[in-house]
Design a protein around this ligand. Structure first.
Ligand code: ADP
Ligand code: FDM
Length: 212
């Protein structure tokens, strides 16, 4: 078939929910089945904007809250030509965090409204599927201590979780909430099965525009 595009699949969730583990396993499994699949992650710390973000997250620099929000968004927009090109070539993109993390982490800060936070990301390539790995803070804590990066504290993470819940209630996005307490292998099977189903549906559809 000639028209088949790749699917844009995003994994979201609180810290230590298993996003990175599952993105890597999914890409590997798809490649082993002969599919073209690649992983992306946001923030992409390798670009010039990504380096500013990295320095902020590592607390080596301070940036005003609106400014860092817009930099996270710009860090996605700078990858849009590549994202579209890959999808059109039939490559499936498995993405570790996307605009939903952007909105949830900024709107968890005092004085930020959800709609203001969403606006810079309106029109980004719309994920065909967003898998939200749901994990209680007590379970997440068992997976190790927080590191030293910005945002890595329990109270802030709880506020982020509440903002994610608001985003999940938006039916314009194809959310699947997954219980992240399961074993790595069980989660992988579930995620692979949801992903394969959406790949067939997405294949002959145009790439959508997020929140438009
Ligand atoms: P995230 O990218 O969401 O922060 P990671 O994939 O980096 O999460 O995993 C965080 C930690 O939890 C790692 O030590 C990883 O080995 C462990 N982990 C990942 N998935 C599971 C799981 N399903 N059950 C138990 N531990 C897990
Ligand atoms: N984060 C991530 C944001 O605040 N906004 C965003 O747009 C994105 C993509 O950056 F604390 C936060 C979420 C997390 C940190 O951590 C990135 P990882 O470990 O690289 O996922």
């Amino acid at each position: 078939m000639t028209c088949r595009r790749g699917a844009l699949i995003v994994l979201e969730g609180v810290d230590r929910a298993g996003k990175t583990t599952q993105c890597k396993k999914l890409v590997q499994a798809l490649q082993q089945c002969g599919q073209r699949a690649e992983m992306l992650r946001f923030p992409d710390r390798t670009t010039e904007i990504g380096q500013l973000i990295n320095s902020y997250l590592e607390k080596k620099s301070d940036l005003e809250d609106h400014t860092i929000h817009l930099l996270f968004s710009a860090n996605r927009w700078e990858q849009v030509p590549l994202i579209k090109e890959k999808l059109e070539q039939g490559v499936h993109l498995i993405v570790d965090r996307y605009a939903f993390s952007g909105v949830a982490f900024t709107s968890a800060k005092p004085g930020f409204r959800l709609d203001w936070c969403k606006f810079p990301d309106v029109g980004l390539p719309k994920p065909d599927l967003v898998l939200f790995l749901q994990l209680r803070p007590t379970e997440a804590a068992r997976r190790g201590q927080f590191g030293a990066e910005r945002y890595e504290n329990t109270d802030f993470q709880k506020a982020v979780q509440e903002c994610f819940q608001q985003l999940i209630s938006d039916r314009s996005v194809n959310w699947k909430v997954i219980d992240a307490c399961k074993s790595v292998e069980d989660l992988h099977k579930e995620i692979k099965s949801h992903s394969e189903a959406i790949m067939d549906t997405a294949a002959c559809q145009p790439i959508g525009e997020l929140w438009k």
